[in-house]
Write a protein that binds this ligand. Sequence first.
Ligand code: SAM
Length: 395
Amino acid sequence: MSKGKILLVGFGPGSAEHMTFRAREAIEESDVVIGYSTYIKLVKDLLVGKKVIRKGMTEETDRAVEAYEHAKQGLTVALISSGDIGVYGMAGPSYEVLFQAGWKPGDDIEVEVVPGSTALSSCAALVGSPLTHDFCSISLSDLLTPWPTIARRLNAVAAADFVIALYNPKSGRRRQQIVEAQRIFLKYRSPDTPVAIVKSAYRKAERIELTTLETMAEYDIGMLTTVLIGNSSTFIKEGLMVTPRGYANKYEGITGNVKEGEQRGRSLSLGLDGWKAGIKQAVEAGEDIEKLASNFDLSIEEIFLASNIENVYSDVAKGLERLKLVITEFGLMKTGQIQMPINPQDIEISPSQISLKKDLITAQIDVDTISNIWFLDQSVWLLNIDGKAMMSFHK
Ligand SMILES: C[S@@+](CC[C@H](N)C(=O)[O-])C[C@H]1O[C@@H](n2cnc3c(N)ncnc32)[C@H](O)[C@@H]1O
């Protein structure tokens, strides 16, 4: 019996011209084509003489099982998905089904993943160039992902100023997720942030709308829509949404001369090396470390690491020993918003806890929660596992 083959094919946004050569060829060389019924309709011209298996939306693992069963009989099976089959598509579930059945690469069934243009690049192409800088995608579907996970990711990318593509933004039953996403983004971004709402890109029902973060949820958004939210420098001009590449950081305008202090073909003056050198200088000059961290929106630990000052104890037990030796010299303790003068007798350091008793205030820190201890000339910092300051002592 001839070897079976499973072709996991992403056929692009939906129009014939945006399907890759290999995707078309892969469907043509298959004996069996399996897919969601809407996808089957989109490639119907390529299906003459083939066994076609149409599946519903929720029958994803069935599609993978069916592909495996046919491939075991020596057939070539194309499992098709819109966009890129590896992006919120069938490639992952297919491998999971195959591994569960004991399949491994090199076995009798060959597996090939055929990439395609995913919705975010198709939609971006229709509205201009919104993805020219760092971007990411988040699916708002909570059918398989818990909402707290989605919300945590939305918060993280909104705060980090990524351009974002929202997949699966809304369906008949999931109507509030897009409203929640908008609320989270508005905590970090201006209401004027450009937003593109692209429905059925490169298909008959294609619709493109440009709007803002403030009003995006009022638009007609559905199962076939991708929502692109710009970053803080994205703009809309002449009906096009564009995210600058960053040339303005180095050049006077997009085609102008190199700015003072910058060099063509070299990292920016605020690139990794330049930034580290600047931080080292600032820390050595005694600049306020918390202020530096807040200016760059980074943790205190990142500032210490950048400063390349080596007095760090990530072996906390050793750090505590040293702290005991030097604590007599320190006069001011800070924790969060609280600052107070301390005497050596106010503080007790044991292997498991640091306790502070002063007047009516008692504070205790579990040593387990300390990730490292930094000693600078004028201060000692206890950092927690997120690299934030738990407590610091200052001369
Ligand atoms: C299950 S995901 C599949 C993504 C697909 N594998 C891809 O790479 O584009 C379905 C979501 O993709 C987006 N999508 C797929 N095709 C689209 C199109 N032609 N226009 C706009 N969005 C599309 C929508 O957000 C939709 O809810």
